[in-house]
Design a binder for this molecule. Structure first.
Ligand SMILES: Nc1ncnc2c1ncn2[C@@H]1O[C@H](COP(=O)(O)OP(=O)(O)O)[C@@H](O)[C@H]1O
Ligand SMILES: N[C@@H](CCC(=O)OP(=O)(O)O)C(=O)O
Length: 380
């Protein structure tokens, strides 16, 4: 499925752009304001073409070290966490002023891997990010370093970027780093190494190209980038690893130019998401639909509103997977539910505008949003 992947990039709508520590902090010299300003205006260019962009920015530990006058990256976890807390202020401030100069608002989003493994928190993070994008705000995501342990030791924002790409259902993940892309050996040690232009993100052979570790500031090196591409590919996302120092890098990638390393998914996005939903989650309950709701789900792929539900079976929490059944008992769809079984029983058959008065709050107007649903009936 590699053919035409570059040509897809000009049509890609949702972008996640990850910028590594060395780039964000000019190799640890302090926040790279000029470069950040440049990437911010590139993101504005992407958005002008009707695209959405979420940033994942590293650099908190590196900037904290520079602000605290530390020349060596500490080993002690509490020192890394202290440095990250100091440095994160500088990193987000630089992104904010970079985007402000372009007339755009930013939002700081700090996540941990656990947040995305937990179904309820996954949905909460997803809803917040979607709302920020809808409002035209640029989310600037980093790891919540104060509360994580392994991730800060290994410096794994590449994995975080892939999780964010899965979360927002990105079409493209761009990983900007201090090399032109993935080489067939670490170019710092092997100057003769050759750039890999394109490969399947799921090719297990890619990992053998990656030297151990990264530069002095970033920690993950290429291995975590290749692994991130494989993870992003599971939801059908293309990954491009490229140099953040290349002029107009995002605009040129968006134009389909052969820049950096493109790692493509083996599956189409919809099939990938369907497989992900089907394989990762256990069914926790069943929603019986009326004829009208079953028809619009089947034929139009619409979201499921509480008004179309007649009965709720099982015990489930927000974010768990349930099956949707037509009145004849055939499964129409399955998806991640926005309300618990108890709440769903209270709001079934009722218009969404009444959710607030019944429950005292509204999580979402839909019981299952169409983006979190896979239609399993074949339309008939
Ligand atoms: N096969 C490879 N191709 C390119 N770079 C590699 C490879 N193997 C190891 N590396 C190293 O990975 C580094 C980038 O990783 P890292 O320092 O973690 O960057 P970032 O801060 O952008 O996440 C490069 O500077 C390079 O030395
Ligand atoms: N959350 C940490 C991430 C460190 C990290 O992953 O760095 P990198 O390999 O440069 O993306 C920080 O901001 O310093």
């Amino acid at each position: 499925m590699s053919r035409g992947m570059r040509e897809r990039l000009p049509h890609a709508i949702r972008w996640v752009v990850k910028v590594g520590s060395a780039l964000v902090t000019s190799d640890g010299q302090g926040v790279a304001r000029g470069a950040i300003q440049g990437w911010a205006s590139e993101v504005v260019g992407l958005r002008r073409g009707g695209r959405q962009a979420t940033l994942v920015s590293s650099g908190a530990v590196a900037e904290g070290m520079s602000r605290l006058g530390w020349s060596q990256r500490p080993n002690a976890l509490y020192q890394l966490q202290a440095a990250a807390a100091v440095g994160q202020m500088g990193v987000v401030e630089a992104w904010e002023s970079g985007f402000r100069a372009e007339g755009l608002r930013t939002a700081q989003v700090l996540l941990t891997h656990d947040d995305l493994a937990n179904r309820r928190r996954y949905l909460n993070a997803r809803t917040t990010l979607r709302e920020l994008l809808r409002l035209g705000v640029v989310p600037v995501v980093n790891e919540n370093d104060t509360v994580v342990t392994d991730e800060i030791r290994f410096g794994d924002n590449d994995t975080l970027a892939a999780l964010v790409a899965n979360l927002v259902e990105a079409d493209v993940l761009v990983i900007l780093t201090d090399q032109e892309g993935l080489y067939d050996a670490d170019p710092r040690r092997h100057p003769e190494a050759r750039l890999i232009r394109e490969a399947s993100a799921e090719d297990p052979g890619l990992e053998r190209y990656c030297g151990s570790g990264g530069g002095a500031l970033g920690r993950g090196g290429m291995l975590t980038k290749v692994q991130a591409a494989a993870r992003a590919a599971r939801s059908g996302c293309i990954t491009v690893i490229a140099s953040g120092r290349e002029r107009d890098v995002l605009a040129r990638i968006a134009a389909g130019e052969r820049l950096g390393t493109l790692l493509y998914p083996e599956r189409e996005p919809v099939a990938a998401r369907k497989q992900w939903l089907a394989s990762h989650l256990r069914l926790r309950g069943r929603l019986w639909l009326d004829e009208g709701a079953a028809r619009v789900l089947r034929e139009a792929g619409s979201s499921l509103l509480p008004v179309g539900v007649t009965r709720v079976e099982g015990r489930f929490s927000r974010g768990e997977m349930v099956a949707c059944l037509a009145p004849d008992g055939r499964e129409v769809a399955r998806g991640l539910v926005n309300y618990s079984a108890k709440e769903a029983r209270q709001i079934l058959g009722r218009p969404s505008r009444e959710i607030q008065s019944i429950l005292g709050y509204v999580d979402e107007p839909e019981l299952i949003h169409r983006d979190n649903m896979v239609v399993t009936a074949d339309g008939g």
